[in-house]
Every structure is written in structure tokens, then in C-alpha cells.
Design a protein around this ligand. Structure first.
Ligand SMILES: NC(=O)c1ccc[n+]([C@@H]2O[C@H](COP(=O)([O-])OP(=O)(O)OC[C@H]3O[C@@H](n4cnc5c(N)ncnc54)[C@H](O)[C@@H]3O)[C@@H](O)[C@H]2O)c1
Length: 303
């Protein structure tokens, strides 16, 4: 069991759904909670709810796509708590569905902006501060099962979530030496308010190629009403963090589709007998390049 007492957890999208579940569970574990969310009233409501349970909670109105605001939010955390967070949850996310061929640039800009650049901004803001604080820590970024597979109706969302998975694999390798763990949470369905996401879509990115009306929103509400409870999801996330798992996928029904998907990829690789000499040469070249890079890095010419 990890001791979280007094640790600061910064949770984007913390006012609702998965983020509020994380706030609840990590507060129970002894953390001080920062709720960072684009919906100002929801931030206030979430912090009031947490404080009523005796939790030390601080709310910040933040649009994760706004880099300057993100830096100010990080300064505010250090002012209030005297240190950067030990735990970062990149949980804010938005979705909207429609045929990819009808997408507008605004559909791309909004979905990639929040789901990918929002995560990049979280990492760029906090990772240097966490390293400088020298206390280690943990980062959990919420991607999606959609990040493993393309989808004709959620193409942009899935592409952004795929990028997030890949980025977290890289950060995990890079941050291990600082004692900072990294996991990527890939939910399939959460009992959350994501059906309402288009309500926080900025006016300047409102031009869409998709049909978004009350009927569409209601059908999404129906799916998500059967999703995993956010508190249960956060408990599973905490267990997986403590087991230092890279991927967190607490959805048993997803095993078979994932096996099928990755089998298709692995099966498309040529067997070694198809080009043994070429494979040997390329592998050797790669190993030599890695050795060169290590030598260059150790001479301090590059990092
Ligand atoms: N609901 C699902 O079935 C599902 C499935 C897979 C992945 N996810 C992912 O889970 C994460 C949490 O979503 P949820 O389902 O709890 O939805 P939710 O709508 O209940 O919570 C998301 C929160 O993010 C906030 N937010 C939206 N845009 C923001 C921005 N630009 N800056 C800051 N905050 C912003 C919203 O105000 C909201 O409070 C998201 O990353 C989502 O993509 C959800």
C-alpha cells in the first residue's frame, strides 16, 4: 500500500465523471485535491462536495488547451500547497460522433485540442516541476479503448486517444529514472456526463460536420448510464498504479476484441525466414545507433 497522506493530486476534468471519481478515491487515501475543470460552477460544486467530507480541496477554473492559464494554474498550486503536485491526472476529455468524411477543421481542432494537446500541456507544465521537486510521483492519463482501434464515427477522438497512449509509453520510459510512474487508463464506458461534452465546445470551434441534437445526446446518455461507476474505476486505477501497470483496462469484455486486433497486426509481420540477412543488418544498425546515442549523451552533447 502506498502512503498518499499529504500528497497533492491535480485532476483535470475533476468536476465530473472519471475525474470526480479519482478525486473521491484519492481524497479517501489522504491526498489534497485540486479540481481543474473548464466549467466554473461545476468546479465550485465539486470542491464544496469534497470539503463537506473533510477533504482539503482547491478548485481552479482551467481550459486545458490554454497553455498560459495552465502555467498560472501550476503557480497557484505551488502558492496554495507550497509544492507542485505529486499526482497528476490528465483526465479532461471531450467527444462527439459523426462520419469522419464529413468532419470540419473545427471538429479536428476541438477534439485534438482537448484530448491530445490538453494532455501535452499537462505534461509540459508539470513534468519539469515534478522533476525539480525531486520527490517522484505518478501520472495517470486517461485515453480510451478507442485509442487502440480506428472508428468511422469517432475517428478524430480515437486518433487523439491513440496519440495519448503512445505518448504515455514514451513518458513512462523517460520518467522512470526520476521515480515518476506513468500509466494510461483506457476506459470503455464510464457512467459520466460525457454525453453533454458539446456544451463546453468553444464558440469559435462550433462549426461541425456532424448532427448533434437532443436526440443524439439522449442516445449517448443511455449508453453511459450503463458505464462503469467512476469511483469503482478510480479504485481499479489506484490498484493498477500501485502494481506499476502501464495500461489500466478494467473492462473484461474488451479482452477478446483487443486480442483480435493485435493478432491482425502481429500476423501481418513477415516471418524471419523471409529476409534473415536484412533483418540481421537492420537490428545490428539499430543497436549501434543506440550505443552511439548513449556515448553522445554521456559526453553531455545531447540529452
Ligand atoms: N465516458 C466514457 O464512456 C469514456 C470512455 C473512454 C474514455 N473516456 C475518457 O474519460 C475521461 C473523462 O471523461 P468522463 O467520461 O468522465 O466525462 P465527463 O464529461 O463526465 O467529465 C469530463 C470533464 O472534463 C471537463 N472538460 C472538458 N473540456 C475541458 C477543457 N478544455 N479543459 C478542462 N476541462 C475540460 C468537463 O467539463 C468535464 O467535467 C475523458 O478523457 C474521456 O475521453 C470516457
Amino acid at each position: 500500500m502506498t502512503d498518499y497522506t499529504g500528497q497533492v493530486a491535480f485532476i483535470t476534468g475533476g468536476a465530473s465523471g472519471a475525474g470526480f471519481g479519482q478525486a473521491t478515491v484519492f481524497a479517501e487515501a489522504g491526498c489534497k485535491i485540486v479540481i481543474a475543470d473548464i466549467r466554473r460552477a461545476a468546479v465550485d460544486e465539486a470542491t464544496v462536495r469534497l470539503r463537506a467530507q473533510g477533504v482539503t480541496a482547491h478548485g481552479i477554473h482551467l481550459d486545458v488547451t490554454d497553455r498560459a492559464a495552465y502555467a498560472r494554474a501550476a503557480d497557484e498550486v505551488e502558492r496554495v500547497f507550497g509544492k507542485p503536485p505529486e499526482l497528476l491526472f490528465n483526465t479532461a476529455g471531450v467527444n462527439t460522433f459523426g462520419p469522419v468524411e464529413k468532419s470540419t477543421y473545427e471538429d479536428f481542432d476541438w477534439l485534438v485540442g482537448v484530448n491530445f494537446w490538453g494532455v501535452v500541456n499537462g505534461m509540459m507544465t508539470f513534468v519539469p516541476r515534478m522533476i525539480a521537486a525531486g520527490r517522484g510521483g505518478y501520472i495517470v492519463t486517461t485515453s480510451s479503448m478507442g485509442g487502440f482501434m480506428g472508428s468511422a464515427a469517432a475517428a478524430i477522438y480515437s486518433a487523439a486517444k491513440a496519440a495519448v497512449i503512445n505518448l504515455m509509453e514514451s513518458y513512462r520510459l523517460a520518467l522512470e529514472k526520476y521515480g515518476i510512474g506513468v500509466s494510461v487508463l483506457c476506459p470503455a464506458n464510464i457512467r459520466s456526463n460525457i454525453a453533454e461534452a458539446t456544451r463546453v465546445r468553444p464558440a469559435h470551434l462550433s462549426h461541425t460536420g456532424y448532427v448533434v441534437n437532443e436526440e443524439v445526446i439522449e442516445s449517448l446518455r443511455r449508453i453511459h448510464s450503463h458505464g462503469l461507476d467512476p469511483v469503482v474505476l478510480a479504485r481499479r486505477t489506484k490498484e493498477a498504479m500501485e502494481a506499476r501497470q502501464l495500461y489500466i483496462i478494467p473492462y473484461p469484455e474488451q479482452k477478446e476484441p483487443l486480442v483480435e486486433h493485435f493478432k491482425q497486426i502481429v500476423d501481418s509481420v513477415l516471418p524471419l525466414e523471409a529476409d534473415p540477412e536484412g533483418a540481421r543488418q537492420r537490428t545490428e544498425a539499430l543497436q549501434n545507433w543506440i550505443k552511439d546515442r548513449q556515448a553522445i549523451t554521456s559526453r553531455g552533447k545531447s540529452d
